[in-house]
Ligand binder design. Structure first.
Ligand code: NDP
Length: 334
């Protein structure tokens, strides 16, 4: 039956996330498989071709990328490039009439997010964001606890996602043009997401403050750290922070009659959850496999994805408000 067809995915940008997470996850998916690659590095093309048995005709570089339009093996294009490149490659992919996934953050401006949404609409293809944690059972439990108010209305959220930036080869993360910003764009987005899906609604206002720059040799273009507060309708508050100079990984929620904590919370595995009633006892899963399978099913069954472009745009708008609040020192309404 048509339902049994596996959709072909092409990964664009064979960096660390594609190599270590997405390609392995695509060996476990039921509704999609790794059909093609787009890379600017010929040695990676050779290696991936052998390792994953990818036919030569399904291998592209950034110049030949648009020819993917003529390739019936590719149903979905997954953009895993530096943030500042997501918009261009999503728009080009949509014009090739392929369904699109863009990694987070969706783009480096709200205007670019809107361009991506428009291009996908005009070409009648679906667009989703690589928000893997929507398919992770600990986070799904937090959504339920918060949104269904199982412990009463949420009063306070705390979220932190930070790691110590070493001299990684992925230097684009320190480049304003390619990254759009520092840890807020890269990691802080998980705190924004976590708070918003705990509440089931977007914040109405933010305040924010940049942290001190102690490593100017790294952080001369983007922030080293930032902390911010989001206000939600009804008065709940989320205190958040992100940094490239410490290690933190937390999503905490406090409601009238109980609390919950995920720690570590945003990792690919090993997530641990606890509530005021005790350990969550929830199994970890392959988040990326679930995420990609869900999108494939949305295409096969013509359903809405739960992580659409509109959600990516909403979050980039919040990130822009946080930067504005930090720059001006003022409370910024969203
Ligand atoms: P990497 O630096 O490891 O890989 C990026 C790849 O993009 C490169 O290897 C290269 O692939 C390609 N590329 C094309 N042009 C450039 C350029 N000018 N500079 C650098 N690379 C370029 O990054 P990640 O894999 O860590 O991140 C990629 C995207 O995925 C980001 O948007 C990031 O936010 C997101 N991400 C999401 C995660 C999640 O959990 N959802 C986790 C990690 C990252 P090639 O050689 O094949 O051309």
């Amino acid at each position: 039956a048509a339902q049994q067809k596996k959709l072909g995915i092409a990964l664009v940008g064979l960096g660390r996330y594609s190599t270590n997470q997405l390609a392995p996850a695509l060996q476990e998916t039921e509704h999609c498989y790794l059909a093609g690659i787009v890379t600017g590095t010929p040695s990676k093309a050779e290696e991936w071709k052998r390792k994953y048995n990818i036919p030569e005709k399904n291998i592209y570089n950034y110049e030949t990328y648009d020819q993917i339009a003529d390739n019936p093996d590719i149903d979905i294009i997954y953009i895993v490039l530096p943030n500042g490149m997501h918009a261009e490659y999503t728009v080009r992919g949509a014009k090739a009439k392929k369904h699109m996934i863009s990694e987070k953050p969706m783009a480096t401006s709200v205007a670019d997010c809107q361009r991506m949404i428009n291009a996908c609409k005009e070409n009648n293809v679906k667009l989703s964001i690589g928000y893997r944690l929507h398919f992770e059972p600990h986070h799904q439990r937090v959504m339920e606890l918060g949104q269904k108010q199982l412990y009463g209305p949420v009063q306070r959220i705390e979220a932190a996602d930070s790691f110590v930036f070493q001299g990684n080869p992925d230097r684009w993360r320190l480049d304003k043009e390619l990254a759009g910003g520092g840890p807020l764009m890269d990691l802080g987005i998980y705190c924004v997401q976590g708070a918003v899906y705990t509440m089931g609604q977007a914040p109405v206002a933010v305040t924010a403050k940049f942290g001190e720059v102690t490593r100017p040799e790294f952080f001369d273009e983007v922030e080293q750290s930032i902390s911010w507060q989001m206000e939600f309708p009804g008065g709940a508050v989320a205190d958040c922070s992100t940094s490239y100079n410490e290690n933190k990984n937390l999503l905490y929620g406090k409601a009238e009659k109980g609390w919950w904590r995920l720690q570590p919370s945003y990792a690919y595995g090993g997530i641990k959850g606890e509530t005021s009633e005790g350990p969550m006892n929830i199994k970890n899963v392959n988040q990326q496999a679930r995420q990609m399978d869900d999108f494939a099913r949305c295409i096969l069954e013509n359903k809405q994805t739960r992580v659409p472009g509109e959600m990516g745009l909403r979050d980039v708008r919040i990130l822009e408000a946080i930067y504005e609040a930090a720059r001006t020192g003022k409370r910024v309404e969203i």
